[in-house]
Each structure stands twice: as C-alpha cells, then as structure tokens.
Ligand binder design. Structure first.
Ligand code: SF4
Ligand code: SF4
Ligand code: ZN
Length: 142
C-alpha cells in the first residue's frame, strides 16, 4: 500500500481518521474506498457515522470537525478515546495538527510515522504487524 501524498490527503476523514491506515482500506479483497469516497464495501457503521453525516460539519469550509463551535463534541471524544487506547493514534491530535500545520505537513508526518521500518509499506493502525513483510510495528518510534 503505497498511498502517495495526494491520495492520502483525500483520504483523511472529517473526524481525523486517516483511512489509508485502516485495515478496511488496506485489505486485498473488497477494500473500502475510504470515508470521503464512494460507499461500495464500506461498513454500515462508517456510512451511518454521526460525524460523517453531521449537518454542522457539512456547513464548514474545510469539512473537518475542528471548525465546529462544539469541537470536540461527545461523539468525537468517544471515538478519540477508543482509538487512543486501542490503536495508538488520536483523532483529536490529527485534527489539531491539520488545523495548525496544514494537510501537507500532516501527510508527511503520517507517512513517516506509519511506514514499516523494514520494507517501507504503509502499515495499519488496526494491526501490530506489517501486512507485507510481517515485521512487528507495535514499537515503531513516533
Ligand atoms: S472502513 Fe471506515 S475508517 Fe476504514 S477506510 Fe472505510 S471509511 Fe475509512
Ligand atoms: S465536532 Fe461538531 S462537526 Fe464534528 S461531529 Fe461533533 S458536532 Fe458535528
Ligand atoms: Zn514491512
């Protein structure tokens, strides 16, 4: 999975999730296209997601939750808590980074942070081993 910078930028979900790091996006069979793209192969939970469908968010210029006056709302905080504890990442940190430093810097950081140290493949937040070479990525220096 060698998502280039342009592709990765289009695959950052409104909540701050980087869909290129999702196992649903990376799987070989029936991969999900990502939150911002079409719904084929997308799980129902992501189609019906209250963040994705939030009317307040849809009215923002950027389309990201950081522009909302309620940011971070309860739903977003719950999601962030789950990902912090289980998947070594934070939606809120991602959104704050994008807001303060821009999408290009975020994409560069994400590519550095999540590339396998052994083979260079983009790894998944949902797995602790590289999908290509099997290397243990749980201890990657961030
Ligand atoms: S399953 Fe959800 S989080 Fe994963 S790539 Fe698809 S839309 Fe993104
Ligand atoms: S932070 Fe604001 S825009 Fe995002 S889901 Fe919550 S209420 Fe909607
Ligand atoms: Zn690897």
């Amino acid at each position: 999975m060698c998502a280039n910078k342009i592709n990765m930028a289009t695959l950052i979900a409104p909540c701050g999730m980087n869909c290129t790091l999702c196992i649903g996006y990376q799987r070989q069979k029936n991969p999900c296209a990502g939150c911002n793209l079409d719904d084929t192969n997308k799980p129902k939970s992501c189609i019906r997601c209250v963040i994705k469908t939030c009317e307040v968010r849809k009215q923002t210029d950027s389309g990201f939750c950081y522009e909302c006056s309620k940011y971070p709302c309860t739903r977003l905080k719950q999601l962030d808590k789950r990902y912090r504890s289980r998947y070594r990442m934070s939606m809120l940190e991602n959104l704050d980074f994008i807001k303060s430093q821009g999408m290009n810097a975020f994409v560069e950081q994400e590519t550095r942070r999540w590339s396998c140290l052994d083979c260079g493949q983009l790894t998944s937040v949902h797995r602790e081993n590289c999908q290509r070479c099997g290397a243990d990525t749980s201890g990657n220096p961030f």
